[in-house]
Ligand binder design. Structure first.
Ligand code: HEC
Ligand code: HEC
Length: 390
C-alpha cells in the first residue's frame, strides 16, 4: 500500500553510516550487543503469509475496530481503549471496558456492578505490527509477542482475547467460543458487513462472515498503524540535523546509562521479560514479576507508564530508574537484588545521573511524531455510536 521500497533501501544503506556516528560517540558501554544498536523502523509491518493486507481488508478491519457491536453489551469497541485521540491507547493507568461510559481519562463506571478490574495499562497499537522485531529479519508475524507478559503470539490470535475477557468487551458469563460466536452472529446479521467481507475475502453471502476472517481483517488493520519516521529514525538514516544537540546528548546518555541493554534495536525493546519492578503492585513473596520490555516509541502520546500505569510522566520513570540504580546491589550468589527482592542482572549496569534527565527526556521525545493516522470512521455498519462513546 505504501510505495516506499526506495526509502527502505536508502535507509538501510544509511544505517551503517549512522551507526558509525553513534559508535564514534564518546564513551558508551563497550559491550552493547550488536542487535541492540538503535535502528530506524522499516516503513511497512510484515504480514503473515496467510493474511496479506489489501485495501479492502484494512478498511473493513478499521470499521470492525471502531464498532461496539463486537462487545456483548454493544457499547465497547476496541477503540474505547485503543483510541487514536489518545495515541491508540487511553491515557489511563488501567482501562474501563463494559459497564463504563465516556472516553479516555474521563471514562467512569456507570453500571450497577463495577465488575472485574482490568489490572494492566493499555499499550498503544501504533507500530504494534513490529512487535518482536529486534534485529534484521524479525520474527514470523504469526509469532509476534503480544501483551505485557507476551502470553499470546501474533495479532490474529490476540483479537479473540478482549472479546471473551470479563470486564473488557464481555459482560456476563464469558465463555471463549461463545463470545466470538456471538460477535460473529451480530456482525453477520448486518448486510453492510456481509458485503464488505465479500469484497475483502470473496465467497457467497451466506459464508461471508466467520471468526477467522473477522480476526484477519482486524489484524491487517492493526498492521497498518505505522507511525511516520520520527526524528530518531531520520537521524539513524543519516540526517544528522534531525536531532538537536540536547537530543544527541540524550542518545549518548541513554547508551551510557545502560538503558540500551534492554531498550535497543528498531523498537527500542529486546521483547524479553525482565524483572525491574521493585515497588509495583505485582510484587509477591517470590519477587517481582517479569514483564516484556516495552517499546520506547510513541511515549509522547502514551502516558501513564509501566505495566500498571502507575508512573505519570517520563520524569517519574527516570526517577524510578535512578532510585533503582541506587538500591540495586550484587548478592553473594551472583544475583542482583534491591533489599530482598531479586531483580534482572542487567540492572546492575545502570549508570544514571539526574543531571542527564533533561537530555534523556529530549531524546525519548524524539522517538515520537504527531503525524500518525488518527482516522476515526464517520459511521460504522451497525449504526451504533462509533467507538461506543456515549
Ligand atoms: C477495556 C479496554 C480494552 C479493549 C476494549 C481492548 N483492549 Fe486491547 N488491550 C488492553 C489492555 C489493558 C492490554 C494489555 C493487557 C495485558 O497485557 O495483559 C491490551 C493489549 C492489546 C494488544 C497487545 C499489544 C502489545 O503490544 O502487546 C493488542 C494487539 C490489542 N490489545 C488489540 C485490541 C483489539 C483488536 C481489541 C478489540 C477486539 C482490543 N484490543 C480491545 C485494553 C483493551
Ligand atoms: C533490565 C532491562 C531494562 C533496563 C536496563 C531498562 N529498562 Fe526500561 N523497562 C524495562 C521493562 C521490563 C519495563 C516494564 C516494567 C514494568 O512495567 O514492570 C520498562 C519500562 C520502561 C518505560 C515505560 C514504558 C511504557 O510504555 O510504559 C520507560 C519510559 C523506560 N523503561 C525507560 C528506560 C530508561 C530511560 C532506561 C535507562 C535508564 C531503562 N528503561 C532501562 C526494561 C528495562
Amino acid at each position: 500500500m505504501r510505495p516506499l521500497r526506495g526509502t527502505v533501501a536508502t535507509s538501510l544503506a544509511l544505517v551503517g553510516f549512522a551507526l558509525a556516528i553513534i559508535v564514534a560517540a564518546p564513551a558508551g558501554p563497550a559491550d552493547v550487543a550488536s542487535e541492540m544498536e538503535p535502528r530506524p523502523l522499516p516503513r511497512t509491518a510484515p504480514d503473515p503469509g496467510e493474511n496479506p493486507a489489501t485495501p479492502d481488508k484494512v478498511a473493513l478491519g478499521r470499521l470492525l475496530f471502531f464498532d461496539p457491536v463486537l462487545s456483548s453489551s454493544r457499547d465497547v469497541s476496541c477503540a474505547t481503549c485503543h483510541d487514536p485521540r489518545h495515541g491508540w491507547a487511553d491515557s489511563r493507568s488501567t482501562p474501563i471496558g463494559v459497564g463504563g461510559s465516556g472516553a479516555g481519562p474521563g471514562r467512569v463506571f456507570t453500571g450497577a456492578d463495577p465488575g472485574p478490574l482490568l489490572p494492566r495499562n493499555t499499550p498503544t497499537l501504533l507500530d504494534v505490527g513490529f512487535n518482536g522485531l529486534v534485529s534484521g529479519a524479525g520474527p514470523d508475524p504469526s509469532k509476534a509477542p503480544m501483551f505485557w507478559d507476551s502470553r499470546v503470539a501474533g495479532l490474529e490470535r490476540q483479537v479473540p482475547v478482549p472479546l471473551r475477557t470479563p470486564g473488557e468487551m464481555c459482560a456476563g458469563p464469558c465463555d471463549g467460543d461463545d463470545a466470538m460466536d456471538g460477535a460473529v452472529r451480530r456482525v453477520r446479521a448486518i448486510p453492510g458487513y456481509r458485503e464488505k467481507f465479500r469484497a475483502a475475502f470473496g465467497g457467497s453471502d451466506a459464508e461471508a462472515v466467520d471468526a477467522t476472517r473477522l480476526t484477519r481483517a482486524i489484524a491487517a488493520f492493526e498492521r497498518s498503524l505505522v507511525a511516520p519516521p520520527t526524528p530518531v529514525d531520520r537521524f539513524l538514516a543519516g540526517d544528522t540535523a534531525a536531532l538537536d544537540a540536547a537530543q544527541r546528548q540524550g542518545l549518548r546518555a541513554f547508551r551510557d546509562a545502560g538503558c540500551i541493554h534492554c531498550h535497543g534495536g528498531p523498537m527500542f525493546s529486546d521483547f524479553k521479560p525482565h524483572a525491574v519492578d521493585v515497588n509495583g503492585a505485582s510484587g509477591s513473596r517470590s519477587g517481582p514479576r517479569a514483564f516484556r520490555t516495552p517499546s520506547l516509541r510513541n511515549l509522547r502520546h502514551t502516558a501513564p507508564y509501566m505495566h500498571d500505569g502507575r508512573l505519570r510522566t517520563l520524569r517519574d520513570v527516570l526517577v524510578f530508574y535512578d532510585d533503582l540504580a541506587e538500591a540495586v546491589s550484587e548478592t553473594s550468589d551472583g544475583g542482583v537484588a534491591a533489599g530482598h527482592v531479586p531483580l534482572d542482572p542487567l540492572l546492575a549496569r545502570l549508570r544514571l545521573s539526574p543531571d542527564d534527565f533533561p537530555v534523556l527526556e529530549a531524546f525519548l521525545d524524539s522517538l515520537s511524531t504527531d503525524a500518525f493516522d488518527r482516522t476515526i470512521p464517520a459511521s460504522v455498519p451497525s449504526g451504533l455510536p462509533v467507538l461506543g462513546a456515549r
